[in-house]
Design a protein around this ligand. Structure first.
Ligand SMILES: Cc1ncc(COP(=O)(O)O)c(C=O)c1O
Length: 384
C-alpha cells in the first residue's frame, strides 16, 4: 500500500473553469459556465428577501436527520399534496449530498444500476458510481432537433422491470428539455406497469416554469400514482445559498417504512457528514414560515425566471441577425441551461474571454443586456 497506487485525477471541469474565469483580468469576460444565478454586474444574485433575516445564535449540532421545524415547513410548502406519514425527509449538505445519500441507500436496498438521461448533470455518474451503483444512460436528448428524443419513452419501456431510473424534476441540466404533461402521463403508465422506482433530482424548483405547481408537476404526479421515489432537493439556486449548503432528501410513497428508511439515512449521514449546518436551514425556516417573506421570495423568483426567459429570446433574436437559426430551439427549452453542442468553446475562451464548458452547456443567467451583443457576435464566429 503506498501513495504510488494513486494516479492524478483531472480537476472537476466546471469548478476548474470557474477558477479560470475568476483569474481572468479581461473586464469584458463573460461566465456562462457554473450554474449560478448572477445579477447584472455578474455577481452571485442576493435575494432581498433573505437579507434582513436575523438568525438566532445557536452553535449546537443539529439532529442527524436535520432541523425538524425546517423539514416540516419544507414539506408543508413544497409537498403539501403528500400524506406526511407516507414521506420522510432528511436535511442534507446541498443537493449533491442528497444525491449521494440516495445513491448509498439505493445500493443498500439492493439496486445495482441506475438509469440516467443522456446527457445528464456531469456529477451524476461520479456520485452514483462512488455510491456503488452502475450508471447507465438512456436516450433522452436529440442534438439534431434539440428536443426530447422520440424514442425516449420506448427506451424506458425496454429497461428491466423494477429498475431504478432518474429524471430531473424540471429545468433539465444540461439540456433545458423537460417532459411535457402528456409525456409525464406516459412515463407514469410505463412505470406503473414495470414497477419502476424513481430518483428525482430537484435542483431548480421555482426557477423554471410560470408556477411552482408546474415545476413540481412530475413530483406530484409520481406521488399521486403511488410510485415509490426519492427526491433530492437543493436550495442552492432558488435561495442563492450555494456556499451555505442546504438541501434535503425525501422518500415518497414509502407506506409503512418511514422509520426504517429514516434510520438508514441517519446512519449514512452520521458516518459521512454527521449532521448538516444550521445557519442555512435557519434562514430557509424563516422564509418558509413568514407570509410576507415567502411572498417576497416568490416574487423575486418570478423576476429571475422572466429575466432568463427574456435573455433566451434575445439571444435567439440576435443570432438570427447573423443568420444563425440552429439555436432557435433554445426558446422552447427551460430553466438555467441549454446545450450548444457545435460551439468552439476553446476559441470563445481564448479570443473573447467567454467561459463555457466543453460540452457547450450555457448558463442562461450569465447572459445580460450589457453582454448580449458581444456574446452573439462571438458565438457567430465560433460555431463549427
Ligand atoms: C441537476 C443538479 N443536481 C444537483 C445539483 C447540486 O446542487 P448543490 O450545489 O446544492 O449541491 C446541481 C447543481 O449544479 C444540479 O445541477
Amino acid at each position: 500500500m503506498s501513495i504510488q497506487k494513486l494516479t492524478y485525477l483531472e480537476p472537476d471541469p466546471i469548478f476548474a473553469l470557474k477558477s479560470e474565469f475568476e483569474r481572468d483580468t479581461n473586464p469584458q469576460k463573460i461566465n456562462l459556465g457554473i450554474g449560478v444565478i448572477t445579477n447584472d454586474q455578474g455577481n452571485t444574485y442576493a435575494f432581498e428577501s433573505l437579507q434582513n433575516i436575523v438568525v438566532p445564535k445557536n452553535d449546537n449540532y443539529l439532529p442527524i436527520e436535520g432541523d425538524p421545524i425546517f423539514k416540516k415547513r419544507f414539506e408543508d410548502f413544497f409537498l403539501d399534496f403528500a400524506d406526511k406519514e407516507n414521506i420522510t425527509s432528511v436535511q442534507t449538505v446541498g443537493g449533491t449530498h442528497a444525491n449521494f445519500l440516495a445513491g448509498r441507500i439505493f445500493q443498500k436496498m439492493g439496486f445495482e444500476k441506475i438509469y440516467f438521461p443522456n446527457p445528464t448533470w456531469s456529477n451524476h455518474p461520479g456520485i452514483f458510481g462512488e455510491a456503488g451503483l452502475e450508471v447507465t444512460k438512456i436516450d433522452y436528448y436529440d442534438s439534431e432537433t434539440k428536443k426530447l428524443k422520440t424514442n425516449f419513452l420506448k427506451s424506458v419501456e425496454n429497461i428491466a422491470d423494477n429498475s431504478l431510473i432518474s429524471l430531473d424534476a424540471c429545468g433539465h441540466n444540461p439540456t433545458g428539455v423537460d417532459l411535457n404533461s402528456d409525456e409525464i402521463a406516459e412515463i407514469i403508465n410505463i412505470a406503473k406497469k414495470k414497477k419502476l422506482i424513481f430518483f428525482i433530482d430537484a435542483a431548480y424548483i421555482g426557477l423554471v416554469n410560470d408556477t411552482l405547481e408546474q415545476d413540481l408537476e412530475l413530483v406530484k404526479k409520481l406521488y399521486e400514482a403511488e410510485i415509490t421515489f426519492a427526491m433530492a432537493f437543493s436550495f442552492s439556486k432558488n435561495m442563492s445559498l450555494y456556499g451555505q449548503r442546504l438541501g434535503l432528501l425525501t422518500f415518497l410513497n414509502i407506506k409503512n417504512k418511514k422509520e426504517i428508511i429514516t434510520s438508514n439515512l441517519e446512519k449514512i449521514i452520521r458516518v459521512t457528514l454527521s449532521n448538516a449546518p444550521r445557519y442555512p436551514s435557519d434562514l430557509a425556516t424563516q422564509i418558509l414560515g413568514d407570509k410576507t417573506l415567502l411572498e417576497k421570495w416568490q416574487q423575486e423568483l418570478k423576476t429571475i425566471r422572466k429575466d432568463m426567459l427574456k435573455m433566451r429570446q434575445q439571444l435567439v433574436y440576435k443570432l438570427n441577425l447573423y443568420n444563425i437559426v440552429t439555436a432557435n430551439a433554445l426558446v422552447e427549452q427551460k430553466g438555467l441551461f441549454s446545450l450548444f453542442s457545435n460551439l468552439d468553446t476553446k476559441k470563445l475562451k481564448k479570443d473573447y474571454a467567454i467561459y463555457i464548458p466543453k460540452n457547450g452547456r450555457i448558463n442562461i443567467s450569465g447572459i445580460k443586456p450589457n453582454n448580449l451583443d458581444r456574446l452573439a457576435e462571438a458565438i457567430s464566429q465560433s460555431l463549427f
